[in-house]
Write a protein of this length. Structure first.
Length: 352
């Protein structure tokens, strides 16, 4: 399969975990599509059909309002929930939440039925299990389908694949939400969801963030840092931070990469955010390496650590229209402490 965002979360939890599609924990294809909150399955949309969307492999036409939607894209369920639709099947990427619905999306799920959970084994979508759900639309917007996988899935339903304008797993959350909203006939709902989340991010973006430099990474195969097209880096940019000038030049045409010790200068920014499995152990290990530990960003206390397997860390890895408000409420105070000019100020972990 195509590379996954920590080897499929970094190389799906970074593409097929950090950053995959779990055997159908309830392969019951008898569950009908449902709508989130109190939106009816047959109404609430402001779009018209048929609707055609372009993507990496050409274009796909959705002939009528879909009722049974399966999300192959690793975080597409959030965008779908945000416009009032619940998938009948959804990708298990982080193996963290029942039905692949994080706590940040529970309100949008409402009384809707949890999706059947699908698993990515590392070789691509489980085509037969997707087909068993009898979908009338398959979404892989935040994804990395190959042409062969796209063709196989298209035998069962229209497939909206990842946009050609971005790297695989590189679509901005705003574009992801709007494309999915258009595909299900709810463009107005998508636009409102995007605007609401942008407003929440802007409200927590401190003046001292603007123009400062920042980068985000994880201790995977040494020191792995995410590029400008990854949702985590896009969050920093949304807060007003600048990414290192030659970040993408070093990473290349991918969402992130492990850097050599000769390029730890990329980490010596006004702030560095680390996603780690154990804050105490991983921070100590990172600082023990003089190529990192001797950097000013470390000596001046401008590090932020995020526990990647907490709900906070999972929400950051998702980087969606629904998860980002959950993230910024926790990340903004940490960044504020890191940038206060006082190395002795502790950068506290969120209480929850």
């Amino acid at each position: 399969m195509a590379r996954s965002p920590r080897t499929a979360r970094i190389t799906a939890a970074v593409s097929s975990a950090l950053l995959l599609l779990t055997a159908a924990t309830a392969c019951g294809g008898d569950s009908g599509g449902s709508s989130a909150k109190d939106t009816g399955t047959g109404g609430g949309g402001s779009g018209t059909f048929p609707v055609t969307l372009t993507h990496k492999f050409g274009s796909t036409t959705v002939p009528s309002e879909p009722k049974r939607i399966v999300t192959i894209g690793l975080t597409d369920q959030d965008a779908l929930l945000a416009v009032g639709k619940v998938p009948v099947g959804s990708t298990d990427w982080l193996s963290a939440h029942k039905g692949t619905i994080g706590p940040w999306a529970k309100d949008e799920l409402g009384n809707g039925k949890l999706p059947v959970t699908l698993k990515n084994t590392g070789t691509g979508p489980q085509v037969e299990k997707v087909a068993a759900l009898k979908p009338d639309l398959i979404l892989s917007v935040y994804g990395g389908l190959t042409k062969e996988q796209y063709t196989a899935l298209s035998k069962f339903a229209p497939v909206v694949a990842q946009p050609k304008e971005y790297n695989d797993y590189g679509v901005p959350w705003q574009e992801q939400t709007k494309r999915i909203g258009a595909a299900v006939g709810r463009p107005a709902e998508a636009a409102k969801a995007v605007a609401d989340t942008e407003k929440k991010i802007a409200a927590l973006a401190k003046p001292e963030f603007k123009g400062k430099t920042a980068v985000i990474g994880t201790p995977f195969e040494g020191m792995f840092i995410w590029g400008s097209q990854d949702p985590r880096s896009r969050l920093l940019s949304g807060f007003g931070f600048k990414l290192p000038a030659d970040l993408d030049k070093v990473i290349g045409n991918q969402f992130g990469a492990s850097i050599s010790k000769e390029r730890t200068d990329l980490l010596d920014q006004d702030a560095v955010v680390w996603m780690v499995g154990d804050v105490a152990k991983d921070s100590a290990k990172l600082r023990k390496d003089p190529s990192y530990g001797d950097l000013k960003v470390v000596k001046e206390g401008r590090e932020v650590y995020v526990h990647e397997t907490s709900d906070y860390g999972h929400a950051m890895s998702f980087g969606t229209v629904l998860s980002l408000p959950y993230v910024v409420e926790r990340l903004a105070p940490q960044l504020t402490a890191a940038l206060d000019g006082k190395p002795e100020t502790p950068v506290q972990q969120p209480a929850s």
